[in-house]
Ligand binder design. Structure first.
Ligand code: SAH
Length: 196
């Protein structure tokens, strides 16, 4: 498996049919997801690890981990319509579990948490709940969010005595999925933080 092959596999996954604004259902772009997961793999955070994908949506992050030989992925997602597509995307895979629940109810211990959570734009507290939960149940967190979340992620890491070890920045194409987006392929500046 190469990074390019991974990106191709991820680009073929199905995405949200009718994304819900309130749940901030934006899928991670396949090139960005492949790059982040490849870096995580190189850092030893994927192979043989138990991974939780918080707000898994249609599953791109966790499915990427399955392709990179992780031990198991727990997909945590509360929206049944997303889970329907997720199950479809997972047809050829094993070593996973889908947990249809709110992230706040998750109660297992894992090695690594990956997430592209709600950006907290429509629902300001949403990403805080995700991060706090990840801090309490995982050793390493890969947090994907807007670059403008920098101060949020830095201060919450400090409050919980966690260390940001890496940061990568991307221009991600936001496909014209929501009604209020006017430009066809808007780009947003996002980042991925690796936190221990
Ligand atoms: N991780 C996916 C989806 C990102 S969109 C990807 O990278 O493509 C964020 C997802 O979080 C949506 O699927 C939404 O339904 C889910 N979500 C939002 N709030 C949630 C919560 N409190 N508990 C579980 N899932 C939640």
């Amino acid at each position: 498996m190469s990074k390019t092959q991974l990106a191709i596999i991820l680009s073929r996954l199905k995405v949200f049919e009718n994304p819900k604004v309130q749940l901030e259902q934006y899928p991670t772009d396949s090139e960005v997801a492949a790059d982040i997961l490849w870096k995580a793999y190189m850092l030893g955070d994927i192979e043989d690890k138990v991974i939780a994908d918080f707000g898994a949506g249609t599953g791109i992050l966790g499915i990427g981990c399955l392709n990179l030989n992780c031990k198991k992925v727990l997909f945590v997602e509360k929206d049944e319509d997303a889970i329907y597509i997720l199950k479809n995307n997972l047809q050829d895979y094993e070593d996973y579990k889908i947990l249809n629940m709110d992230v706040s109810e998750f109660d297992k211990n894992v090695d690594v948490v990956v997430m592209n959570p709600p950006f907290g734009v429509k629902n300001r507290k949403a990403d805080k709940i995700f991060v706090e939960k990840a801090f309490s149940c995982g050793k390493v967190l890969y947090y994907i969010g807007k670059v403008t979340s920098k101060s949020f992620i830095e201060s919450i890491s400090k409050d919980f005595e966690k260390k940001i070890t890496h940061f990568w920045e991307y221009d991600m194409k936001l496909k014209n999925t929501m009604k209020f987006h006017t430009k066809k392929n808007k780009e947003i500046n996002i980042g991925c933080w690796r936190i221990e």
